[in-house]
Design a protein around this ligand. Structure first.
Ligand code: SF4
Length: 757
């Protein structure tokens, strides 16, 4: 049945009755009206399960309902009564399923049975677990004989700490560090940038800091759709008089107005909380120029009246401030205004708020990290905070908001392609093998390897790799050239419709489903955006008796592939995940000592983050001021009026590549995803009408044609010279080589494009 399309500005707040209705709607659509509610009540609770969607921190004590609209959708999506069975696959060829939308593929329901792709019938067919493991093991072992570097072990960011630890060990025992993960596509710029500047690859703030910040600055993050429970902290901050200032090309409703669905007065009266006191629509790729402008004001004001910069902190804890000041003072306001798209007055206004705050925090997302100079944009945010000593004290610090629920945690337990980030000596000692020391492939490098044929096999622990990466046409064409592809998943997605010569789709238990092993029901652990590690206890019966847990599947593949190693107790680990945690504690004793006891603390435990206590694990032992290469973070130099900067974004009805539905409520877009948000002046300049259907082509000179058609133009409040469309559909327009320097994060927030009629 065709969906009804309705596009009109949305006038309501974030949260409110809209969220309540949406939660009920999804509970009904997924057929979990009965058991959905009681399970939701345990979401993000100390004795419950950790949300499978984003990684936002979990307060203790929790609110009555400690879930947001999108967290509820993620839970119902996993709990759904719908099933994708062998009978389903018998009805549909893979070629036919390639015409299905991302939404319809996953909405078919939970996978129930291990499947193997049969090229002769172009269909998936049921296979036994042991047969699957044996075949996968044989293929991987043969490739290993040739060259173990030809295999990629990808992780999506959802698997638990226990699974991630086992998966990284599988790859290393196999002989490579090819462990790309979803953070390579989002916060790798954070991991690289913060590590260089302040010595840690993660944020420095805790939830408690939100209770003490006088001012919070948001850059390129859409809290209302991508970490909605943070609105509780922002509402409380706003109510107690803290000032929130937002920089974002789009006016995202969650950063403007909010009604707390758990506040009966607000719900009954419609009285809203204003979130941002100031909202600045920066040009995509213009954040570096904004922050330089703010720093310029601080330097000038400090020279004028003194007492603006924290000189004591700067002298004791930092390095490079003089060079940074000279760089900043050399930038002209003309250039800063052009590149930021904002006026001097706006930028200085924000700087005044910053200068008057005793404690200030910076919160950011992909709008900072997914640019050519994403790493340097992250470091500019650090520079701003260092000037007033806003790192390592209460109410202050830097807060990268992570996407996937355990993406940060996986990194913590060894999912990393850079060998220097992992204690390989300790792993060698514990498991008596020679660890690979060569750098492995990041996500972009894995893609390049699949295209040039140097990668011959892909083992995916969750995720929708082929849909999440750039350059879809080239990737989908190259993917079937691989000898082996193995996908471990809960639901069918587009990546599963492109297969290597031998291909398996292995259905696993979800995090919310009871996982019974030899020692009984298992509990797992995850790490949230604020580096707090806590347990997650399953609530629901498995969707199918034929599902296996992720640790069990990883062990099955490992045992079938690798020569026996008595030091690696795969079976014992599967029987009791507590033994995996003991192994993690032995590998990282400073962080995970007494892991099995501490995980049961109501608050969980926060792993030590040196910079949070002003210890700088940098070569100089100081926090470093870093200079950006340019005021413009994007690939487009802004000189060609026919080139627009495309922002790829998520709707309010999706999480990463998972599309729950077609309601981007806060942007007023219902029933379609084939849209292009455009600035009115640009539309007039190109002679395009609201509602007209056009296409885009990528403005590059690499002789590769990249285009996307069928986009309905929506007149939208977006900076001139930029436009916006949905991820992952628009990823076909992003060249693989257009990624952030140093971190290789795809530059998905400022893709240079031309209008195609
Ligand atoms: S804010 Fe994130 S972690 Fe919390 S319920 Fe929502 S989606 Fe889940």
């Amino acid at each position: 049945m065709p969906r009804h399309t309705h596009i009109a500005p949305y006038s309501g707040p974030a949260g409110g009755w809209g969220s309540a209705k949406s939660v009920t709607k999804y509970m009904a659509e997924q057929g979990v009206m009965g058991r959905g509610g009681p399970i939701l009540a345990k979401q993000n609770k100390p004795d419950g399960f950790a949300c499978v969607s984003c990684a936002w921190a979990k307060p203790v004590p929790p609110h009555t309902a400690e879930f947001c609209e999108n967290g509820a959708k993620a839970t119902f999506w996993e709990l759904t009564n719908k099933r994708t069975t062998p009978a389903f696959f018998a009805e549909h060829t893979i070629t036919e399923l390639q015409s299905w939308s991302d939404h319809d593929l996953e909405d078919a329901g939970r996978l129930t049975t291990p499947m193997r792709y049969n090229p002769a019938t172009d269909k998936y067919e049921a296979v036994g677990w042991e047969t699957a493991f044996a075949t996968i093991g044989r293929e991987l072992a043969e490739i290993r004989e040739q060259d173990p570097r030809r295999v990629v072990f990808y992780t999506s960011g959802r698997a638990s700490l226990e699974t991630a630890y086992m998966f990284q060990l599988l790859a290393r025992l196999y002989g490579n560090n090819n462990l790309p993960d979803s953070s390579n596509m989002c916060h790798e710029s954070t991991s690289v940038g913060l590590k260089e500047s302040i010595g840690v690859p993660v944020g420095t703030v805790t939830l408690e800091d939100f209770d003490h910040a006088d001012a919070l600055f948001f850059f390129g993050q859409n809290v209302g759709s991508n970490s909605p429970r943070m609105l509780h902290q922002l509402q409380e901050a706003s109510d107690r008089g803290a000032t929130i200032v937002s920089f974002n090309p789009l006016c995202e409703r969650g950063l403007e107005r909010f009604i707390n669905p758990q506040n009966p007065v607000q719900m009954l009266t419609g009285s809203e909380t204003t979130i941002s006191r100031e909202y600045h629509q920066v040009r995509p790729g213009g954040d570096i120029a904004v922050v330089i402008g703010m720093c310029r004001y601080l330097f000038e004001e400090d020279r004028r009246s003194g007492g603006v910069l924290d000189h004591a902190f700067l002298a004791e804890h930092t390095q490079g401030m003089d060079a940074f000041r000279d760089f900043v003072m050399a930038q002209s306001w003309v250039d800063l205004e052009r590149e930021s798209g904002l006026s001097r007055a706006s930028i200085e206004g924000a700087a005044k708020i910053y200068a008057s705050a005793k404690a200030a925090m910076v919160v950011y997302g992909m709008g900072i990290t997914q640019h050519k100079l994403g790493v340097q944009a992250v470091q500019m945010l650090v520079n701003l905070l260092l000037l007033r000593g806003n790192i390592g004290r209460l109410g202050a610090g830097i807060c990268p908001v992570r996407g996937h629920s355990n993406v940060q945690g996986q990194r913590t337990v060894g999912i990393a392609e850079k060998p220097e980030l992992v204690p390989l000596d300790k792993l060698e000692e514990l498991y008596q093998f020679t660890a690979p020391r060569e750098k492995g492939t990041s996500t972009v490098e894995a893609c390049e390897g699949i295209i040039d044929g140097s990668i011959d096999a892909f083992v995916g622990l969750g995720g929708n790799f082929l849909r999440a990466v750039p350059d879809h046409s080239r990737m989908e064409k190259a993917w079937p050239n691989m000898r082996l592809t193995v996908q471990i998943a809960t639901k069918l997605n587009r990546n599963h419709l492109f297969n290597g010569k031998t291909a398996f789709l292995l259905p696993c238990l979800g995090r919310i489903e009871k996982d019974r092993q030899a020692s009984g029901e298992q509990t797992v652990t995850i790490e949230d955006s604020t580096a707090v590690i806590r347990k997650s206890k399953a609530m629901a019966e498995p969707a199918s008796p034929d599902l296996r847990s992720e640790p069990c599947i990883v062990a099955g593949i490992a045992k079938a592939t690798l020569p026996p190693n008595p030091n690696v107790p795969w079976d014992a680990w599967v029987g009791d995940y507590g033994l995996v945690r003991d192994a993690i504690a032995k590998t990282w004793p400073d962080t995970f000592a007494d892991f099995n006891r501490r995980m049961h603390e109501p608050h969980g435990f926060r792993r030590p983050i040196a910079a949070s206590s002003r210890k700088w694990a940098t070569p100089s032992g100081k926090a470093l001021f870093k200079l950006p290469k340019s005021l413009n973070a994007s690939f487009d130099d802004g000189t060609d009026p026919n080139v627009l900067r495309l922002i790829t974004l998520r709707s309010n009805d999706q999480f990463n590549t998972t599309v729950y539905g077609y309601s981007d409520r806060f942007r007023g877009i219902e029933g379609t995803r084939d849209v292009l948000l455009m600035n009115e002046k640009d539309m007039a300049r190109f002679g395009i009408a609201d509602g007209q259907t056009i296409g885009l082509s990528t403005a590059t000179d690499d002789n590769v044609e990249r285009s996307l058609g069928g986009l309905r133009v929506v007149k939208y409040n977006i900076p001139e010279g930029s436009c916006a469309g949905y991820y992952p559909e628009c990823n076909v327009l992003i060249p693989l080589w257009q990624h952030a320097e140093e971190s290789m994060v795809p530059a998905a927030k400022s893709v240079p494009v031309r209008i195609m009629r």
